[in-house]
Ligand binder design. Structure first.
Ligand SMILES: NC(=O)c1ccc[n+]([C@@H]2O[C@H](COP(=O)([O-])OP(=O)(O)OC[C@H]3O[C@@H](n4cnc5c(N)ncnc54)[C@H](O)[C@@H]3O)[C@@H](O)[C@H]2O)c1
Length: 249
């Protein structure tokens, strides 16, 4: 098992891609802390599914956009496990619309959760990872950060582009401490975030993907597992596309 005994924190793990990442870590025998703002019951259910893999699990409700809550979450993890090997910044929100319809509140909220949430978690774990002299941080970005997006309100693509910039900046700053910082940039993954698409829209999205299917949360999870493993020790500052060939750079 590539990650046996490692401790991983996955934000936004109550459902969708985050949940798939948490389950895939558990399958690799990593201990997993699942975080979300969803109900305690939902989050406990995910933690229970994780522990069915005979690994330790912990559920922590916290809003990643609030630094005090993130700090508290990381100290709970430190108290319980005395370490944290992997941080996956997956929590994210999207707002639909365009520049005419987007409200200032929507803009602020998307930037606060997606970008500041990622910054908050990175900042809160860095001391632990520096002390360990190793750590892996993986930020879940989006193809929208690389090429823009016509369906999401203007905050989403910029929040993800800024996450890519943060990923590269921290990759440079933290390399000397043995900490790798990478990202994944998914496109068209079947989750509740994409459930609102009409049948016609789904068809046109699939048509534009060379591999001719939508992605599965597990497709993203496997890329995250690779970047979390020792096999990716010489990779940092990379934003790995998980998009069926839709966008190539
Ligand atoms: N689904 C896609 O096609 C797709 C494509 C590109 C990128 N992404 C990115 O992947 C990530 C996961 O997306 P998903 O499709 O699973 O979305 P989702 O909406 O199904 O899940 C996101 C989870 O994050 C949680 N969350 C929201 N705000 C939070 C906060 N402040 N603190 C903690 N948790 C919070 C939600 O409660 C939810 O459980 C997001 O960052 C998203 O931008 C998704």
């Amino acid at each position: 098992m590539a990650l046996e005994g490692r401790v991983a924190l996955v934000t936004g793990a109550g459902r969708g891609i985050g949940k798939a990442i948490a389950m895939t870590f558990a399958g690799e025998k990593a201990h997993v802390v699942v975080n979300d703002v969803c109900s305690r019951n939902e989050l406990e259910r995910v933690a229970k599914e994780v522990s069915a893999f005979n690994v330790e699990s912990m559920a922590i409700q916290a809003d990643v956009s609030q630094y005090d809550q993130v700090k508290e979450m990381i100290s709970q993890i430190e108290k319980t496990f005395q370490r944290l090997d992997i941080l996956v910044n997956n929590a994210g929100i999207i707002r639909r619309g365009n520049i005419e319809t987007v409200t200032e509140e929507d803009w602020d909220q998307v930037i606060r959760v997606n970008l500041k949430g990622t910054f908050n978690c990175c900042k809160a774990v860095v001391d632990i990872m520096k002390r360990q002299r190793r750590g892996k941080i993986i930020n879940v970005s989006s193809v929208a950060g690389k090429m823009g997006d016509i369906t999401s309100a203007p905050g989403y693509g910029p929040s993800k582009a800024a996450i890519d910039g943060l990923t590269k900046t921290l990759a440079r700053q933290l390399a000397q401490h043995g900490i790798n910082v990478n990202g994944v940039a998914p496109h068209a993954i079947e989750t509740e975030m994409s459930a609102e698409w009409s049948e016609e829209k789904r068809r046109s999205i699939i048509e534009a993907i060379p591999l001719k299917r939508l992605g599965k949360p597990e497709d993203v999870a496997e890329a995250v597992i690779f970047l979390s493993s020792d096999k990716a020790d010489f990779i940092t500052g990379e934003i790995l596309d998980v998009n069926g060939g839709f966008f190539m750079d």
